[in-house]
Write a protein that binds this ligand. Structure first.
Ligand SMILES: [Zn+2]
Length: 132
């Protein structure tokens, strides 16, 4: 994975705007995006976040353009994010067990909120992420 601070490709900015109503800049510099083998990040990337983004890299291995086009679909978006969050949760359970459930609650808040275009309910997200 190649980490870059470069702007996102236009087609990705368009999808993000469509899903969240915001640009990357408006979402803030602690939000990162994987586009193919590039991780667009303007912050430090902790190991657990890298675990999440590596799942997206793998999901996009066939075609980043196709993946990002599909990302506007809430069911697809949820399925892809769930896979990434489950991997991240598995990592946290090993390395940061005490905090892991509190962190999962934050993710469930994000997934059911504006940032992911409200693609799921809070309770479903929390159950799905933490289910082994
Ligand atoms: Zn993700």
């Amino acid at each position: 994975m190649n980490i870059t601070t470069e702007p996102l490709p236009d087609y990705v900015e368009k999808v993000i705007k469509q899903v969240t109503g915001k640009t990357w800049e408006e979402l803030g510099n602690d939000v990162v995006f994987t586009v193919g083998n590039n991780l667009h990040a303007r912050c430090e990337v902790p190991k657990y976040l890298m675990v999440h983004e590596l799942v997206h890299q793998k999901q996009q291995s066939e075609s980043p353009e196709k993946w990002w086009a599909n990302y506007t679909n809430p069911a697809f978006r949820y399925q892809q994010e769930l896979e990434a969050y489950k991997a991240e949760y598995k990592y946290l359970r090993v390395h940061f067990k005490a905090e892991s459930f509190e962190v999962a609650k934050e993710w469930a808040t994000h997934l059911s909120g504006e940032m992911y275009g409200k693609c799921v309910s809070y309770n479903k997200a929390l159950l799905d992420i933490t289910r082994q």
